[in-house]
Design a protein around this ligand. Structure first.
Ligand code: ADP
Ligand code: MG
Length: 271
């Protein structure tokens, strides 16, 4: 285990340079999750989760259905309110009173399995609306920003299309452009290719790979093990609401330290 801040080691394995007075190792980390718990009624679905993310990290989260992966991402962007623990974003406690949730969400983008585009808006409008309403860009700047990110994901020819006129892979690329247009500090992906027909998975993974190469900080929940192996800087294997094993992709995929990790990967690879 190397990603826990309690070990004094961050997710990409480098030592933390300084420690704040309250003991939280926030310097250098964009995001730090400490002793996070989440319960739904009596069902505790996240138990003592801790890790930190530094600029440029690509953290892949793997694990069986029901292990708590989506809940973890939803707690990080406050779509769910954690039951316990702390989350620091650039050193700010995001659950502190007075934190603006819309402003925080602009810094933590989210890409969902089912795209979640606004059905009644064109691709361009989908990418402009957050810039206008949350970042208060003027129309021209919002349009330029949206266009530049639609170009980046290869969707410039489709700016006037509505979601229903686009394939799943194209819709997901628009959703990624929409998230990027907010210039987030970190982008969360929750199984971004799971709802796609197989022939469309590659085009979305190619965009994500490009973003990783450009240094975007990302947390990616995925079942695409080749992507996790090749692109991530760090892999977290979740089971039953805990980080069961974590480490560099070479460890997780070639030399897993725990039997459960081995069993999961074997089940996964053998279908
Ligand atoms: P994963 O994304 O790894 O499949 P989830 O985070 O979606 O796992 O779910 C983890 C557990 O939390 C599951 O047992 C699920 O039923 C439960 N859960 C998730 N969201 C809710 C909710 N809103 N209300 C009650 N239980 C929930
Ligand atoms: Mg999920």
């Amino acid at each position: 285990m190397s990603g826990s801040a309690r070990n004094g080691v961050t997710a990409n394995g480098s030592a933390i340079t300084s420690v704040a007075a309250n003991g939280s190792a926030i310097s250098g980390a964009i995001l730090e999750v400490r002793r996070l718990t989440k319960s739904f009624g009596k069902n505790m679905v996240l138990k003592d989760i801790g890790f930190s993310v530094r600029r440029g990290d690509v953290i892949c989260v793997i694990g069986a259905s029901g292990s708590g992966k989506s809940t973890l991402l939803r707690c990080i962007n406050l779509l769910e309110i954690p039951t316990g623990g702390e989350i620091f974003m650039n050193g700010d406690d995001i659950m502190a009173r007075g934190m603006s949730i819309p402003a925080y969400r602009a810094r933590v983008g989210m890409v969902f399995q089912n795209f979640n585009l606004f059905a009644n808006m064109t691709a361009l409008k989908n990418c402009m609306v957050g810039c206008r309403r949350v970042l208060h860009y003027d129309k021209r700047t919002a349009r330029q920003t949206a266009m530049s990110f639609l170009e980046k994901v290869g969707m410039a020819p489709y700016i006037n299309a509505r979601p229903r006129q686009l394939s799943g892979g194209q819709q997901q690329r628009v959703a990624i452009a929409r998230a990027l247009a907010m210039s987030p500090d970190i982008l969360l992906f929750d199984e971004p290719t799971s709802a796609l027909d197989p022939q469309m998975v590659g085009e979305v993974l190619a965009v994500m790979r490009k973003l990783a190469d450009e240094g975007l900080t990302m947390i990616v929940v995925t079942h695409e093990m080749a992507f996790a192996r090749d692109v991530s800087s760090h892999v977290i294997y979740m089971q039953d609401g805990v980080i069961w094993e974590e480490g560099p992709p070479q460890q997780i995929f070639q030399d897993p330290q725990r039997q459960e990790t081995r069993d999961f990967l074997a089940r996964f690879i053998n279908g």
